[in-house]
Ligand binder design. Structure first.
Ligand code: NAD
Length: 393
């Protein structure tokens, strides 16, 4: 396989370049090129998914892998994981170009980092692809539960969506507590959920335990029907009308870029708290929400349940565990539930400093990964600082 390291000079022309540690180009076969970027590994080996997408050209793919790997550094740091940020992109149409051999070659590409990069599923890749990647590297997570060693079937591994939703549920409760100071709770409030796919459906199930008013939308009628069958009280609106729904909490669970100049003007909610990645179209939309007194819970904080799950799975399979986490399901679920506490701390600090919440979360992440400290409370931080340089052997 042809492998090339991109130099800082070559990368400096890309808007998303942020002094990344490594960016490597791989020719996987005659037709398909991939990139892997390691943004920052101060906290540990860099974990981030492998995206398979028909980018228009290599420049677009490079900019994306730079942006996404940086995002993983922030997400893993705030989630209190001893992991840095990395990402992989494969340029191609999955339905046309994806083969078992190609994914095995991707395993070789991952292996070239000797443990500094750990891959997982992302859009365009699935559990089966991770199994193919695992033929050539052990630095892969998000494998089917039956591939887990030394554990009860299904204890770790498998579809993270229910736990991603659980983390969001805890984050929503923390935002409600912060905003309404104990005067309102879920039954008193109304929700608008955009997208009822894997995570959107799960959050509807969790919220509906308390019977609040929930309005949903989705471009996929089958997904709407499945949600209505499970929770008949759901109200449905057209996808274009979801932003203007008179609700207390808007829960984006479909796609990125949904908080922008047009949509923020339409919002009638007090809180935005959902799991879609990259909700803010641009950085200034963080400030725009702040100015409108809409409490925005940063997406990468509230949706980190998924990466906590694949992280624990990796810790179990690799033996890498510098912070001596208890690597079993109960501890993993508790870690996911701590997202509520993290959300509250971010909202509180943003309010005290009079700053937007997204900017505040970024500062908290930077304080952690620039120091190389991953955990949230002081005692754990003391333990971790001496351990955080231990990398996977
Ligand atoms: P999914 O594909 O299962 O669900 C997305 C849903 O949104 C689908 O039902 C789709 O029809 C719907 N949708 C698409 N465009 C829409 C539109 N314009 N209006 C309304 N609905 C629309 O995906 P998912 O796994 O539920 O992920 C949803 C979001 O959450 C993504 O941004 C993803 O990156 C993020 N996320 C998911 C996880 C996870 O564990 N699955 C973890 C972290 C972040």
């Amino acid at each position: 396989m042809n492998i090339t390291d991109l130099s800082p000079e070559a990368l400096s022309e890309f808007p998303s370049y942020d002094d990344h540690e490594h960016v490597r180009r791989f020719v996987l076969n005659d037709e398909v090129v991939a990139y892997i970027a390691v943004h920052n590994s101060n906290l540990g080996p860099s974990l981030g998914g492998c995206r398979f997408k028909p980018y228009t050209d290599e420049k677009e793919a490079i900019n994306d892998v730079l942006r996404l790997s940086r995002g993983m550094t922030y997400k893993n740091a705030v989630a209190g994981l001893p992991l840095g940020g990395g990402k992989a992109v494969i340029i191609g149409e999955p339905k046309v170009h994806k083969t078992a051999e190609l994914m095995q070659a991707m395993g070789e590409a991952v292996e070239s980092f000797e443990g500094l990069y750990i891959t997982a599923e992302d859009s365009g890749t699935n559990e089966e692809d991770m199994v193919n990647i695992s033929q050539n590297t052990q630095f892969v997570t998000g494998l089917p539960p039956e591939k887990m060693e030394g554990s009860t079937y299904g204890e770790l591994g498998g579809n993270p969506s229910p736990l991603t939703a659980l983390g969001c549920y805890e984050g929503i409760k923390a935002a409600i507590e912060f905003r309404y100071k104990g005067e309102k709770s879920i039954p008193d409030l109304s929700f608008a959920v955009q997208g009822v796919g894997a995570v959107g459906f799960e959050i509807c199930k969790l919220l509906s335990q308390d019977n609040p008013k929930i309005t949903i939308c989705d471009i996929n009628d089958e997904n709407i029907q499945a949600a209505k069958d499970a929770i008949p009280s759901l109200e449905v609106v057209d996808v274009h009308d979801i932003y203007g729904v008179d609700c207390d909490i808007f829960v984006p669970c479909a796609m990125g870029g949904v908080l922008n100049d047009n949509t923020i003007e339409l919002l009638k909610c007090d809180i935005v708290a959902g799991m879609a990645n990259n909700q803010l179209l641009s950085e200034h939309h963080d400030q725009m929400l702040h100015s409108k007194n809409i409490l925005y819970v940063p997406d990468y904080v509230i949706n980190s349940g998924g990466v906590i799950c694949v992280g624990y799975e990796f810790f179990r399979n690799s033996g890498y565990n510098p912070q001596d986490f208890n690597i079993e399901r109960g501890a993993m679920v508790s870690h996911v539930e701590r997202i509520g506490k993290i959300v509250y701390e971010i909202l509180d600090r943003a309010a005290q400093e009079g700053r937007p919440t997204g900017e505040t979360a970024d500062n908290i992440a930077e304080e952690k990964f620039l120091k190389g400290v991953a955990l949230n409370d002081n005692e754990e931080e003391e333990n971790s600082s001496q351990n955080s340089t231990k990398l996977v052997q």
